[in-house]
Write a protein of this length. Structure first.
Length: 272
């Protein structure tokens, strides 16, 4: 016992420090340094600037809003660039934003943010990236109303590019339309390209419409084909308005008569 007391008197302090060091090292390992971090934070807290939590949250929300706006602007810029490239290949035209569209008439009409002050006239051709969209039916100094080719009342004279088979396109209130042929046994197959025809009284010849998706040769009184439209009519944001040679010099009433006459003549052509 005396020997132990002598040893402790000589080495006790060193042994205590070693044991304390080992316990501290073990504690740090188990807590992964959390205790030291919390101790450091507690000791330095009086010297740290006060942070306004509400201000930080507001700044973070502002950053997220700006990032969202940037993504949206980049997307709009990309779509507008595609439209401008398409406009270059199609010739002169006025690029116009779509500023109005009724949920009840989504596939019937759209309102444009350009009007007579920009040179737009009734009967002008309206196209999007990929093909024909419709025609201008009403104009004010700063806006225009467009009748879409997807409107069920819309009738467009069309032809199959490969075989030159002609017919009439009827809107179906969706991104697909129906082509009714003049011939009883038309030469047409899925994948064929459809464009406006030379006999159309409302549109110039050769405007792209879409592609044949399927054909029903048993349809009466004439075969029909489902046409997938190439222009994104369902989500238009920008369009190109171009002069229509077939509408120049005509009044609105004359254009409406042309549309009615075109529909009547088509019905006569396909009648049995």
């Amino acid at each position: 016992m005396l020997t132990v007391r002598r040893w402790w008197g000589r080495y006790g302090l060193r042994a205590s420090l070693v044991i304390l060091t080992l316990m501290l090292a073990w504690g740090l390992r188990q807590s992964q340094g959390t205790v030291v971090y919390e101790l450091y934070r507690f000791l330095t807290l009086p010297f740290q600037p006060r942070v306004d939590v509400q201000q930080v949250a507001l700044e973070n929300a502002t950053v997220r809003e700006l990032q969202t706006r940037l993504v949206e602007l980049e997307s709009q810029n990309q779509r507008l660039q595609q439209l401008l490239d398409y406009s270059t290949t199609q010739g002169r035209g006025v690029v116009s934003p779509v500023i109005g569209r009724s949920a009840d008439h989504w596939w019937q009409q759209i309102t444009l943010g350009r009007g007579s002050n920009d040179g737009i006239k009734i009967g002008d051709v309206v196209a999007g990236t990929g093909g024909l969209v419709g025609r201008v039916i009403q104009v004010t100094p700063n806006t225009s109303r467009v009748l879409l080719i997807t409107d069920p009342t819309s009738q467009v004279g069309v032809t199959v590019s490969r075989s030159r088979v002609m017919g009439v396109l009827r809107g179906q209130a969706g991104n697909r339309a129906v082509m009714q042929f003049f011939e009883k046994v038309p030469e047409v197959r899925p994948g064929d390209t459809v464009v406006t025809s030379a006999i159309s009284q409302l549109f110039p010849q050769g405007l792209p419409i879409g592609q044949v998706e399927s054909v029903d040769f048993r349809k009466s009184p004439a075969p029909e084909a489902v046409i997938e439209l190439t222009s994104p009519i369902g989500y238009l944001e920008w369009v190109i308005v171009s002069p229509n040679p077939k509408a120049e010099g005509l009044e609105a009433s004359e254009l409406e008569n042309r549309a009615a006459d075109s529909q009547d003549s088509v019905l006569e052509e396909v009648a049995p």
